[in-house]
Design a protein around this ligand. Structure first.
Ligand code: DGJ
Length: 705
């Protein structure tokens, strides 16, 4: 064992101090604001001043809470490891074996020789100041050991008295909920077999009243696309933690001798204000080697334009219209494969439907490519319709258990990719389609929650295996088809997490293209993801998911701040609409180098019907803000609006961006641009006109010094 005792990792204004002096698993002595470089002596003093609170009736020893909290150490909250060997070895007590550090990554090995277990903990502080941690647990005993759960936890100080996390539903993903961080556990469990439309996304603990700009914040994200848990827990003895991990179904964590179970990564972010905490994720994602490097192509997606009405001439006309307005990628959505005339049949039969496409997809792909657009294709590889050749030939490939079928959802069942032959079949089908056609992009959908997600052949639970198999499948397809981009779609935005993002290139934010709904969905999806990773489309004038009718300017300004696309039958739109849309596409192309690399800024204006958000260039030379009137309001009509996030010292010129389409009847109080420094813009702001509900305007803020 090395002689490492207390380690300090520092990055981007964050310090993480780990007590690795043993004999127990490491605990976090500090996670939060940077402490400057502490001497060895100061680090040891920090340890002396930490630990669990002693009260008159507690344990006689001071045993701090480890990253994997242990019952054996006197943690009475949710244990990190829950497991047993047929009832025995039910409470592990790991002892440190080795600690190794390379830059800002620490790897700790520990063992419980009595219980026959070893654990490897990996803890990193990324360049952007994110903590990420995972555990690999190995059964070194001679009999099987069953892991019922293995979660990691990070401590937060007593000052974190409020919680915020997200919830939602189909066409209404990622809505915030807040409440006091009281004693007990706030547990967000997901057993849907996918990340979920109601997923937590980020579980945030912060000081009273924290907002986008203010308050100290600690937050975690559990990076897993299957069943998972995120939680916050405050114990009796002054301890509070936030953590998470995978939720294992019974038996999924059964380890044979020498078998290993690996947890997902748990990400932790610290910052002042939600903007800073999310910037750390954005910077981390942007620094990934596989982060999309080209301009995000403007998409035309066929779904809300034609649904299942796939007719070659109609699609060619749509592609022509797409090219005319400046789209760069044409995505053929659901309905192109064998037997798929509506959503009742065909999933699993991944052959181009000979009835609709006697010459295959070639005439359409050639046409689209001939227009200079990329071609994209929709798939839903993890699903099967009972009414399909695949289900008829291989009924035992359906995710199910107990000699019964789960209730269908959208008339479909899960296809068990944990069955090697099923996995091979899907890999071969997708690979062969990608070989045959010039496809730049797959829209990869997943349209149901899994119920009874079992492996019929073994009678065991199958969600863990399914989740891992999907990752393997995507990785393999990407390996075979370099440059292929994949969108993570799941009934809209039900698969948004950092594990799927390790291998995909954007998420579909929501099936709601209603711009009003999208303002909230995108604002909170951006807690985790930068704008370029969130698909956002201009839908038809009357939203298909809500029936609201919105001006093109509102729909376009909303889509502008994501990976911009169109999902509307623009071949049937008027020439005026197409001309205006072309103007919005051109504006997006002009702004996307800034919007897709800059820092996301969201102003705190209380629970108002008005939102202000923007993106500031990394060098603070320019910013674009959207001032968005959501609803009619007595309190926010509108007055002076502060513009946060700029360099306080630099002077900026604030002007309204001229936008395509009919001139707005709203006039700014100022006709000439306002010139003020960043400090004044953040503290005093500028007067904006009152707008009608469901309207927005754009401000350009350019440094002039
Ligand atoms: C759900 C997706 O979110 C939609 O965009 C569309 O692709 C449909 N599935 C197709 O079935």
């Amino acid at each position: 064992m090395s002689n490492i005792e207390v380690l300090q990792l520092r990055a981007a204004g964050v310090s993480l101090v780990l007590d690795c002096s043993g004999p127990a698993l490491p605990s976090v002595l500090h996670w939060g604001a940077d402490l400057g470089e502490l001497s060895e002596r100061a680090l040891l003093e920090l340890r002396r001043g930490a630990g669990a609170a002693q009260d008159g009736n507690g344990l006689d020893e001071n045993r701090p809470i480890a990253i994997v909290p242990e019952y054996s150490a006197g943690w009475f909250g949710l244990p990190g490891l829950n497991g047993h060997r047929d009832g025995q070895d039910f409470s592990a007590s790991f002892r440190l074996v080795d600690v190794a550090q390379a830059d800002n990554t620490v790897v700790v090995d520990a063992a419980d020789t009595e219980a026959g277990l070893t654990i490897r903990l990996t803890v990193e502080l990324t360049d952007s100041g994110l903590v990420r941690a995972k555990a690999d647990l190995t059964n070194t005993g001679e009999t099987p050991y069953t892991v019922d759960g293995l979660t990691l936890a990070l401590p937060v100080p007593t000052e974190a008295t409020e919680l915020l996390d997200l919830t939602g539903r189909h066409i209404g993903e990622r809505h915030p909920q807040r409440h006091a961080f009281t004693q007990g556990a706030h547990i967000r469990d997901n057993r849907r077999g996918r990340t979920g439309a109601d997923a937590t996304l980020l579980l945030v603990a912060g000081t009273q009243g924290f907002g986008f700009q203010d308050g100290e914040i600690w937050a975690v994200h559990t990076a897993w696309s299957g069943n998972h848990r995120s939680y916050a827990e405050r114990g009796m003895s002054g301890y509070a933690v936030i953590g998470g991990g995978e939720l294992l179904l019974p038996g999924e964590g059964r380890l044979q001798p020498q078998g290993t179970y690996s947890t997902p990564w748990l990400y932790g972010t610290y910052g002042v204000g939600l903007d800073q905490t999310s910037t750390r994720f954005h910077e981390y994602l942007r620094s990934r080697e596989n982060h999309p490097k080209t301009d995000r192509p403007v998409v035309l997606n066929t779904w809300e334009a034609v649904y299942f009405d796939l007719d070659l001439d109609k699609l060619k006309a749509l592609a022509d219209a797409a090219a005319e307005v400046g789209a760069e990628r044409f995505v053929l959505d659901d309905g192109w494969f064998r037997g798929r005339r509506d959503d009742h049949a065909g999933l699993g039969d991944w052959y181009v439907d000979e009835g609709i496409w006697p010459k295959g997809l070639h005439p359409l792909v050639d046409h689209v490519r001939g227009l200079g657009l990329q071609f994209g294709l929709w798939v839903e590889p993890e699903m099967v319709n009972p009414d399909s050749d695949l289900a008829r030939e291989h009924p035992d490939w359906i995710l199910a258990t107990g000699n019964r079928l789960p209730p269908t959802a959208r008339h479909q069942q899960g296809l068990n990719l944990g069955v090697p032959a099923a996995y091979d079949y899907i890999l071969e089908r997708l690979d062969s389609i990608l070989n045959e056609y010039d496809i730049a992009y797959l829209k990869w959908d997943h349209n149901r929650d899994f119920v009874d997600g079992g492996n019929q052949l073994t009678g065991t639970a199958g969600i863990h295996a399914q989740t891992v198999a999907v990752y393997r499948l995507i990785d393999e397809l990407k390996r075979r088809h370099p440059g292929l981009e994949i969108e993570s779609c799941s009934s809209g935005g039900a698969r948004v997490d950092l594990a799927i993002l390790e291998r995909t290139d954007r998420v579909w934010g929501s099936d709601s293209n209603d711009a009003l709904e999208r303002q909230t969905i995108q604002r909170y999806t951006q807690l985790l993801l930068p704008p370029e990773l969130i698909g956002s489309h201009v839908g038809p004038p009357k939203a298909h998911t809500t029936g609201r009718t919105q001006a093109l300017s509102f729909r376009a300004i909303t889509a502008l701040f994501g990976h911009f696309g169109i999902e509307w039958d623009i071949a049937s739109a008027s020439q005026e609409e197409r001309t205006e849309l072309a103007g919005w596409v051109a504006l997006h192309k002009e702004l996307r180098p800034l919007l897709h690399t800059g820092r996301v800024v969201r102003a705190d204006r209380g629970p108002s019907d008005f939102l202000l958000h923007g993106v500031v260039a990394q060098d603070n030379s320019r910013a674009v803000y959207a001032a968005v009137q959501l609803a009619q309001s007595v309190t926010s009509a509108v007055g002076r609006v502060r513009l946060p996030g700029l360099d306080p010292q630099r002077t900026y010129r604030v002007s309204r961006i001229a936008t395509p389409g009919p001139a707005s009847r709203w006039q700014l109080a100022w006709t000439e641009p306002v010139e003020l420094n960043g400090a004044a813009l953040a503290a005093a702001g500028v007067l904006l006109p009152a707008q009608w509900p469901e309207n927005a305007l754009l401000l350009d803020v350019t440094a002039i010094d």
